[in-house]
Design a protein around this ligand. Structure first.
Ligand code: FAD
Ligand code: DHB
Length: 390
């Protein structure tokens, strides 16, 4: 079988790329190792930057997003027993929208299937060959049969554990990374959010985040040890710890309810350069990872494939390769801005090392500064709502 662009991975990156290529008249096939049901219900990110919302709307994907997405014009930083609002829209003119990643994925799958898009779920043993030739081949197994997908280009959108990046010969790519001595325990709860805006709480026992998915569903996170065994966290312990870290403002209480899902996610920063090798183009988590504190992961994935979609369109329509050649450098400018912001937010808000009171004092001073200086608050806000490449 033949297509123009073979895409590995049906996360936000691979699905949006396939959708944008279709709109530009370019054929693609998406190969995904999980089932459709699985990818449509995988609970992950929840915050869309203004630019991501504009892009989804422009691409014909705004209908349910506009109906169900929650537009937020500020966030709260909570520390030292007080609430401090960062007025994002007042400071930047832009806003964020809370809309679950799995909803973006559902909308994209619906849009692709509505026009007969070729998405293959539950494929196995994906291998990339001929990436340094003009005729790459993706080999895989599907429904018990060995298959070959011949294409002009391969887009590696298969996330942090995919096969695309490891298919590049050793010595070609450079990795820049950072690990953190903590993880997030996340829950989804059938409880109306006790707050209209997201609360990022800095507490001596560790970071906590109050987010949401709808007027009935709350999404909350706790900083925990990376070795945490979720079995040691029965629901009552989770709520008690959330209360300790969040109920620090007089008169404020959180709402509890049945916990629908809970999981522990490790935290890491990683950038792999360049984001291209010959006929393989890497996008999203396949080539960079951020800790979740700045809510940038999904937004970066969407931004990468927007560039890639335009670059493929220029190649197929006009025979131009300048945008394909510029893809990695252009994308990396946004990637590194988000790397810095995510690292900064993570370092500012988490409990760092128990034995270093100096660092804790610096955090508090920075928190006071960012919540009292319009200049510093504007810097946080413009990064949070999303900057163009800088
Ligand atoms: P993915 O969404 O990972 O999609 C990659 C796809 O490729 C997957 O469907 C995978 O099944 C498929 N795949 C992998 N290997 C193969 C293979 N060999 N063959 C075929 N298919 C393959 N970001 C935030 O901003 N806020 C958050 O709260 C947040 N929480 C997160 C929680 C978790 C547990 C994780 C893992 C990530 C979280 N992120 C969060 C990050 C955000 O979800 C990612 O940045 C985003 O999913 C990136 O999209 P992507 O399309 O690049 O990769
Ligand atoms: C959510 C996740 C984040 O990492 C974040 O910074 C804000 C919100 C969320 O899942 O809602």
């Amino acid at each position: 079988m033949r297509t123009q662009v073979g895409i590995v991975g049906a996360g936000p990156a691979g699905l949006l790329l396939s959708h944008l290529l279709h709109r530009a008249g370019i054929d693609s096939v998406v190969l995904e190792c999980r089932s459709r049901e699985y990818v449509e219900h995988r609970i992950r990110a929840g915050v869309l930057e203004q630019g991501s919302v504009d892009l989804l709307r422009r691409s014909g994907l705004g209908e349910r997003l506009d109906r169900e997405g929650l537009r937020h014009e500020g966030i709260e930083l909570r520390f030292g027993g007080a609430a401090h609002r960062i007025a994002m829209t007042e400071l930047t003119g832009r806003a964020i929208t809370v809309y679950g990643q799995q909803e973006v994925v559902k909308d994209l799958i619906a849009a692709r299937t509505a026009v007969g898009g070729d998405l293959r779920f539950e494929v196995e043993d994906v291998r990339l060959d001929g990436l340094d030739s003009d005729a790459p081949v993706i080999r895989y197994r599907h429904q018990g049969r060995d298959e070959e997908l011949h294409c002009d280009f391969v887009a590696g959108c298969d996330g942090s554990h995919g096969v695309s990046r490891p298919s590049v010969p050793a010595g070609v790519l450079t990795e820049y990374d950072r690990s953190y001595p903590f993880a997030w325990l996340g829950i989804l709860a059938a409880a109306p959010p006790a707050t209209e805006e997201l609360i990022y709480a800095h507490h001596e026992r560790g970071f906590a985040l109050y987010s949401m998915r709808s007027p009935e569903i709350s999404r909350l996170y706790l900083q925990v040890d990376p070795e945490t065994d979720i079995a040691q966290w029965p629901d009552e312990r989770i709520w008690a710890e959330l209360r300790t870290r969040l109920e620090t403002v007089p008169g404020w209480t959180l709402n509890t309810g049945p916990i629908l899902e809970k999981s522990v996610t490790g935290m890491r920063s990683l950038v792999v350069e360049p984001m291209r090798w010959r006929r393989l183009f890497l996008a999203g988590d396949a080539v960079h990872i951020v800790p979740p504190t700045g809510a940038k992961g999904m937004n970066l994935a969407l931004a990468d494939v927007t560039l890639l979609g335009d670059a493929f369109a220029a190649w197929y329509r006009e025979g131009r390769d300048d945008l394909l050649d510029a893809y990695s450098d252009t994308a990396l400018r946004r990637v590194w801005r988000a790397q810095h912001f995510s690292w900064w937010m993570t370092s500012l808000l988490h409990r760092l090392r128990t034995d270093d009171p100096y660092e804790a004092k610096l955090q508090l001073s920075t928190l006071r500064y960012v919540t009292s200086s319009r200049a510093y608050a504007t810097s946080l806000a413009e990064n949070y709502v999303g900057l163009p490449e800088v």
